[in-house]
Design a protein around this ligand. Structure first.
Ligand code: IDC
Length: 500
């Protein structure tokens, strides 16, 4: 990662308490009407940038849920999956799940065998030009409580009861789970050693992987819960003067500051991703984390990485565009928070079952929003079937599902300047990108154009005229359009339309 600028040259890159409780929750939700969406982000600093200063738009998936239940916490993944991921779908990033219980199985002892096996997988991503965000995953604190995350020794649940709820996410309300989070976040507190261990575990991970060519950075903790202040209403709505908001501003912000410091002590260069608390923010509600600062020298490398899950869509297992305000709320609140945080955005998780009524419409609206906000995203998840874009046939072989054609679409992977807007219309297959070229750029702007998938009769490019000093090349193997705009200062507006 320190050698991020040594990344292979562009042209070699190949890349649910019971249901009734949930029903009550809707009664709690006033759906709080969205603030008017703010302007798209225009400040050039709100992008992850590569070693050449190009803005990088990150698109990919979470790999993978299967690791949670695996005895060694490894994903059901082979090298060939990674090659297909990059080549067939044009993804350039992965949010790769790692787990505290695998990293630090006993206090202060890190599992080198786990690191070695993780590295083997990271190599596959490097071989295919895919950036990796190491996501310290947890769901419901730990494996003991249904799901995944902390090691056994790091569970301080005050011996409170735990009765497993069949809906995994409702186990956050179990007294034992709430106590475990309270004890983890209270700092200084009786169990401060838990956070100290977690900070040290992150330092160990960063120390081990900071120089790995695939590793872009670290996602501090998946969907952290505020513990006992987490109220059923917090699933859908966040009140600015409520206990959850207070948690954001105090214990939660402090926690992030501590973790950032710990990672920075060993790695000055990796990008650090941080998420809002679990549930309501993903449902479009605000987060109240205070502004975080990056102690590194130079430009900050912090990325705000919220999730997006419409509780209404998931509960009804159908999308109702006339009443579901999740997307609009999400866009409005994230725009506010992004300017407060002065950080780029990455939508770290979103997903749903493609068979739910109106799933296609929801995906279209979300993808359009993602382009409008120029954000990176990682879909949940790469696992076959379910919400995924592929499945295994009876012989166990890979088969793409129909929703792949929707998820895979043109996007600018690297922009040699300040991206101003981009969009793709799946009906007309028209893609457009506007950016202000950087006069010092030597490497090209790169656009992923899934040619055989979306342009079987070819495509044409407009807006790159020789007379203005623009030139372009097409890499048919990688489906990458490279556009060079040396010495150009005027805004570049590229358009791709079907037909040769
Ligand atoms: C889900 C998996 C599911 C598993 C559950 C608990 O899809 O098979 O039983 O976790 O481990 C999240 C979490 C993510 C969830 C995902 C989908 O970060 O781990 O995966 N989700 O429910 N937050 C909101 C949704």
């Amino acid at each position: 990662m320190t050698s991020y600028s040594a990344w292979p040259p562009a042209r070699t890159l190949r890349l649910a308490a019971s249901l009734s409780l949930l029903a009550q929750l809707f009664a709690c939700s006033d759906g709080s009407s969205p603030a008017s969406p703010s302007e798209p982000i225009e400040d050039g600093t709100y992008f992850v940038r590569d070693g050449d200063g190009r803005a990088v738009i990150l698109r990919g998936m979470n790999i993978m849920s299967s690791a949670k239940g695996h005895p060694e916490r490894l994903p059901d993944l082979q090298a060939e999956d990674v090659e297909r991921y990059a080549r067939l779908w044009g993804f350039n990033v992965v949010r790769y799940l790692i787990f505290w219980d695998a990293v630090e199985p006993s206090p202060g002892e890190y599992d080198d065998a786990y690191f070695d096996k993780t590295e083997e997988r990271l190599d596959w991503f490097a071989d295919n030009g895919v950036h990796v965000i190491l996501d310290m995953h947890q769901d419901v604190y730990a494996a003991r409580f249904c799901c995944d995350g902390a090691p056994e020794w790091a569970i301080e649940d005050d011996d409170l009861p735990f009765d497993q709820n069949p809906v995994w996410s409702l186990n956050y309300f179990a007294p034992a789970v709430m106590a475990a989070f309270d004890n983890f976040f209270e700092y200084p507190g009786e169990h401060s050693d838990l956070q100290d261990h977690f900070a040290d575990a992150w330092a160990a991970v960063a120390e081990r992987f900071k120089d790995h060519p695939a590793v872009l950075g670290y996602d501090i903790l998946n969907e952290p819960s505020p513990g006992s202040v987490y109220d059923a209403r917090d699933i859908t709505v966040t009140l600015p003067d409520g206990a959850a908001a207070d948690f954001d501003r105090t214990l939660f912000t402090d926690f992030y500051r501590r973790m950032i410091a710990s990672i920075r002590a060993v790695d000055e260069d990796g990008w650090i991703f941080y998420e809002p608390r679990v549930a309501a923010p993903a449902n479009g509600q605000p987060s109240f984390i205070l502004e975080l600062e990056d102690p590194r020298e130079g430009e900050p490398r912090l990325v705000y990485a919220p999730h997006l899950y419409s509780v209404q869509f998931e509960f009804n297992q159908a999308y109702d565009p006339s009443s579901d305000v999740t997307l609009a709320n999400w866009e409005a609140n994230r725009n506010v928070e992004t300017s407060l945080q002065n950080a780029p955005l990455l939508l770290g998780e979103w997903g749903f079952d493609p068979n739910w009524p109106n799933a296609e419409l929801f995906m279209r609206e979300l993808l359009d929003m993602g382009d409008r906000m120029m954000l990176g995203w990682t879909y949940w998840s790469y696992d076959p079937g379910g919400w995924g874009i592929w499945e295994r046939d009876e012989q166990g072989q890979f088969v793409e599902r129909e929703n792949a054609d929707q998820l895979v679409r043109p996007y600018p992977q690297r922009v040699a300047g300040v991206p101003r807007s981009f969009s793709y219309n799946p009906d007309t297959r028209r893609f457009s990108l506007a950016f202000d070229p950087s006069p010092s750029a030597t490497l090209p702007t790169e656009v992923y154009v899934p040619a055989s998938r979306h342009y079987p009769d070819g495509w044409s490019l407009r807006g790159c005229e020789e007379a203005s000093g623009c030139s372009w090349t097409w890499d048919a193997n990688l489906d990458i359009l490279q556009v060079l705009t040396p010495n150009q200062t005027a805004r570049v507006e590229l358009t791709i339309t079907p037909g040769g």
